[in-house]
Design a protein around this ligand. Structure first.
Ligand SMILES: Nc1ncnc2c1ncn2[C@@H]1O[C@H](COP(=O)(O)OP(=O)(O)OP(=O)(O)O)[C@@H](O)[C@H]1O
Ligand SMILES: [Mg+2]
Length: 495
């Protein structure tokens, strides 16, 4: 065990307004298993890159471990996997990697295959297994499960449970709960480390937020009361002060040093005490609420379709050339349903969504979407997004005020609005396409992995919104906590 120490870290991107980190200090033990959480765009990826020494910064980071970063860019995707392992560390022995792969339910034979023939889940597993084998490694895992299916997630979860020495950035509550022993969080005004898993961190945070909100309310009431009292006492003190002045022998005003004078001094003292207590309460109040995240309700405006059934697949098959993706899939989507499409990577979930979007996907069997159906779509990838927010709004014909109000509720600060979309963090980009869909009035919402990269707070906002406004929706989403909460029906593709 050794210490990873961060002292007075200050960093900003070139040409960008404001610091991502400002005089941040904390320490971690190298054998901890840390979950790293925050709202999108607070600097998780930036911090991991700073640990990797990729940017210049002010302050000190000291550590005597080998940081390994995931996602790892392999130098040649067509290289044989054994070579990829060697590229990560030539010291790794064949038996070692085979043992790790077996823990991850991956067959040894993949070592002889070109890297790009592995599924995304297998690629992730091979890279992680190799990194954990690096001598004195400390892994920086930046959302490693984003693109992998639930069975690969499950085996990664089991694997990470047995490992230590890593920081895991994830917005997946179930995953964090299963395999971390500390939570590192970037709150609104500080960075904090707490022992425990996500649920215990969340419970502590919620309790503290509630306490602060209650305390804030109490202090607010007290400040109003004290302000009124101060005014009353001041008026009273002024009155007594006035009455204490009598006329002297020479006709000049003189202070009464007797009973009235004593009363005036007392009233003055009382007024001063009340004022001091009021100031104390103001200071106390100002120390509250700094780290309470905004979690405003968001809205969607679905339009009810006039028919009960919106989509029907009857013994549907999809094949690209000779490659059969799935066979014999039957399901319907009825008004008011929230349908989760599940299935392994490559099972054809996105193909089903594209068919619903009336895209040209080669298929046979029955497939029908009702005519006149207005659909709003969130695509899986945000890769093509670039330019300014205004250009995006115009190209999608969005109600700009509504769109920005939703982004604001998703914790987008206004100074982010003027940036180029290509400089946004992963989650910020995904929020753009989600917010656009929320602006659209539709009969059916088709969302392909809507929560990839999206922070936990926003996930909860979206859950609440779906349950409240009950739009008809079909989605693919690997976040099990989310699916459990919102789906009214599950359709398994490709089993
Ligand atoms: N190359 C860049 N140029 C300018 N600003 C950037 C750049 N990369 C990131 N940023 C900004 O720095 C801040 C931190 O970004 P970062 O990607 O570290 O956040 P994050 O916590 O990893 O977010 P997410 O949860 O969405 O992955 C954000 O406001 C982002 O817009
Ligand atoms: Mg990030």
């Amino acid at each position: 065990m050794s210490l990873i120490s961060v002292q007075q870290l200050t960093f900003s991107y070139d040409g960008s307004f404001g610091n991502v980190f400002d005089q941040v200090s904390f320490q971690m033990d190298s054998d901890w298993k840390l979950g790293f959480v925050s709202r999108n765009g607070r600097g998780k990826t930036t911090f991991l890159n700073l640990l990797m020494g990729r940017y210049e910064y002010r302050g000190q980071i000291s550590a005597s471990v080998n940081f390994e970063y995931f996602p790892y860019e392999v130098s040649s995707k067509t290289a044989i996997c054994r070579e990829v392992v060697r590229e990560i560390d030539p010291e790794i022995m064949e038996w070692q990697i085979k043992k790790e792969l077996s823990l991850l339910n991956v067959e040894d034979e993949v070592l002889d295959r070109p890297f790009d023939t592995l599924s995304e889940g297998e690629q992730t597993k091979l890279l992680l297994a190799s990194m954990f084998l690096v001598d004195n490694a400390f892994l920086l895992l930046d959302e490693p499960t984003n693109h992998i299916d639930s069975s690969a997630r499950a085996s990664l979860k089991e694997y990470l449970k047995r490992k230590n020495s890593f920081i895991l950035v994830s917005h997946d509550r179930d995953l964090l709960d299963a395999c971390v022993d500390h939570i590192l969080s970037i709150n609104k005004t500080q960075i904090e480390i707490q022992k425990g898993n996500f649920s215990s961190w969340w419970a502590n945070k919620s309790a503290r937020d509630e306490f602060e909100l209650a305390e804030n309310k109490k202090l607010k009431r007290e400040i109003t009361r004290l302000t009124d009292s101060t005014r009353r006492s001041e008026r009273w003190a002024a009155k007594v002060e006035d009455s204490k002045m009598g006329l002297g022998k020479d006709g000049q005003k003189v202070a009464d040093k007797g009973y009235i004078g004593h009363k005036a001094a007392k009233a003055m003292k009382r007024a001063k005490n009340i004022e001091a207590r009021r100031e104390e309460a103001v200071i106390e109040k100002s120390s509250l609420l700094h780290n309470i995240e905004r979690n405003d309700d968001i809205k969607i405006s679905p339009i009810p379709f006039y028919k009960e059934r919106l989509v029907e697949a009857d013994h549907l098959s999809v094949a690209y050339g000779s490659k059969v993706v799935f066979n014999d899939l039957s399901f319907s989507i009825y008004r008011g349903e929230r349908v989760a499409l599940t299935g392994k990577n490559g099972a054809g979930k996105s193909s089903v969504l594209k068919l619903i979007m009336r895209q040209d996907i080669p298929h046979s069997g029955g497939f029908k979407t009702e005519s006149g159906l207005v659909i709003s779509y969130v695509p899986q990838s945000t890769d093509g997004l670039s330019g300014t927010l205004l250009e995006f709004e115009r190209s999608r014909r969005l109600d700009g005020a509504l769109f920005r109000a939703i982004l604001d509720k998703f914790d987008f600060s206004k100074d982010q609005f003027d940036k180029k979309i290509e400089d946004y963090s992963g989650g910020q980009k995904k929020k753009i396409v989600l917010a656009a869909s929320l602006c659209e009035k539709a009969h059916l919402y088709v969302w392909d992995e809507p929560l990839n990269y999206i922070d936990i707070f926003s996930r909860m906002q979206i859950e609440k919104m779906l349950l409240r406004y009950q739009p008809t929706i079909v989605f693919v989403e690997h976040d099990e906590a989310f699916t459990r909460e919102v789906a009214t029906k599950t359709v398994v593709v490709g089993e």
